[in-house]
Ligand binder design. Structure first.
Ligand code: TXA
Ligand code: MG
Length: 330
C-alpha cells in the first residue's frame, strides 16, 4: 500500500520520517515527481532501483534544501557557485567532483568520482529536504523507460504498492526534468541533458557549452541519455504536418493540423513554457485516450528547436525511439 500524503506540516513530517527510516517517498519538484530515498543508506538506494526496475549502472541525482548543503558533498568551483547563485533553487543539476567526506553512498553515485547535485524549487520539497537533512537521491518517479510523472496521480499509476508514500505537492510547474551540466572537465561545461534551464540562459552565465559525443546505448556518459525513454504504449511519430485519422495528435500552436482522430494541444498560444509543463501529462492522456478510441499512434506536431523546445524535442525524440527489451532502459 502506498500512502498518499498531503503537503501539510503533518504530511511533511510523516514523509521525512519515512525517508530517515530508509523508506521511499515520491514528492513533487518544479520539474517532475522524484522517487526519493536517503542517498546515504545503500539499502534505501537499492530499493529505488528495485521499485523503478532501473538498471544499476545509472547514477542518481542527490537533492538538497540549499546550495550550502549540496556543496558539502562536492568540490564546488567558482563557476559552480555562480551557477548555483543564478539558478538555484531551480531546474539545474550540476555534476561535480565528489568531496572526500561525501556521505552519499557508492550505490547512489554508481561508484563514480563525480556526483550530480541539485536544489529543487518548491516550498514543500524544500521543507521536506530540510526536515530530512540528508542527501536525497531521486530519479523521476516512473517505472524505468516510461513517461515521467508530473502529478501525484501519475506516480500512483506507475508505482502504487512499490513505494511507501507519495507526497502530493500538486502538478509540477516546469514539467520537464532538470538540465544536467557536467562541470568536471577543466576546459568547458558539458551539457549532458537538455531540461528546464535553456542552453541560452546557461551560456549567458558560463560562456559556450560543449556537448558530449552522440549518446551510446551501451556506455553512455550520462546514462539517462540512452535513447528509448518516456515511452507511451502507442508508437510515436514526430514532426507530423498531415496526421492520419488513426492518429492521436499532440499539437502545438494556434492552428493545429486537421485530420487526426483526436487532438490534445500542448499550447494553443504556442508557448514553450506551457508546452513543457503539459508534455508528460499530454502524452499520458493521449496514450489512454488513443487506445480507448482505437487509434493507432501518437503523432506530434513540429515544435521549434529553440529554448525549452530543445528539451521538449529531446523527450519526444526518445518517446519515438525504437524500444529495447523491457528492463534495458533507464
Ligand atoms: O528534474 C530532475 O532532474 C528529476 C527530479 C526528480 O529532480 N530527476 C531526474 O533524475 O530526472 P533521473 O535519475 O531520471 O535522471 C538523472 C540524470 C541521468 O541522465 C543520469 O545519468 C544523470 O542525471 N547523472 C546522474 N549522476 C551523474 C553523474 N555523476 N555523471 C553524469 N551524469 C549523471
Ligand atoms: Mg527519468
Amino acid at each position: 500500500m502506498t500512502l498518499r500524503l498531503a503537503a501539510t506540516p503533518s504530511g511533511l513530517e510523516a514523509a521525512a520520517h519515512i525517508l530517515r527510516d530508509g523508506g521511499l517517498v515520491a514528492f513533487g519538484t518544479e520539474t517532475v515527481y522524484g522517487l526519493g530515498g536517503d542517498a546515504s543508506q545503500p539499502k534505501a538506494v537499492a530499493r529505488i532501483f528495485e521499485a523503478k526496475n532501473r538498471p544499476r549502472f545509472n547514477p542518481l541525482i542527490s537533492h538538497f534544501p540549499t546550495a550550502a548543503a549540496a556543496f558539502e558533498q562536492v568540490s564546488a568551483s567558482p563557476l559552480a557557485r555562480k551557477l548555483a547563485e543564478t539558478f538555484w533553487p531551480g531546474p539545474l543539476t550540476l555534476v561535480l567532483p565528489r568531496a572526500p567526506g561525501s556521505t552519499v553512498s557508492d550505490l547512489a553515485a554508481d561508484g563514480l568520482t563525480s556526483l550530480a547535485v541539485r536544489v529543487p524549487r518548491g516550498d514543500a520539497v524544500q521543507t521536506l529536504l530540510a526536515l530530512v537533512d540528508r542527501p536525497i537521491a531521486a530519479p523521476s518517479a516512473n517505472r524505468s523507460g516510461r513517461i515521467s510523472p508530473s502529478d501525484a496521480s501519475h506516480v500512483l499509476e506507475e508505482l502504487d504498492g512499490r513505494i511507501d508514500a507519495v507526497l502530493d505537492t500538486g502538478p509540477c510547474m516546469v514539467g520537464i526534468e532538470s538540465t544536467v551540466l557536467d562541470l568536471t572537465q577543466p576546459d568547458r561545461p558539458v551539457l549532458l541533458r537538455h531540461g528546464g534551464i535553456t542552453p541560452e540562459a546557461l551560456e549567458a552565465v558560463c560562456g559556450p557549452l560543449s556537448y558530449p559525443e552522440t549518446a551510446s546505448d551501451t556506455a553512455p556518459v550520462s546514462p539517462g541519455r540512452m535513447l528509448s525513454h518516456y515511452a507511451p504504449t502507442l508508437p510515436v511519430r514526430l514532426d507530423v504536418t498531415h496526421p492520419e485519422a488513426t492518429d492521436a495528435l499532440l499539437a502545438f500552436g494556434p492552428t493545429p493540423a486537421r485530420g487526426a482522430g483526436y487532438v490534445f494541444n500542448l499550447s494553443e498560444q504556442g508557448s514553450l513554457e506551457e508546452a513543457a509543463a503539459r508534455l508528460f501529462a499530454g502524452l499520458r492522456f493521449l496514450d489512454k485516450k488513443g487506445a480507448e478510441l482505437g487509434l493507432k499512434a501518437i503523432a506530434v506536431s513540429p515544435i521549434p528547436a529553440q529554448g525549452l523546445g530543445l528539451a521538449i524535442r529531446d523527450r519526444l525524440h526518445r518517446a519515438a525511439a525504437p524500444r529495447p527489451e523491457e528492463g534495458n532502459l533507464t
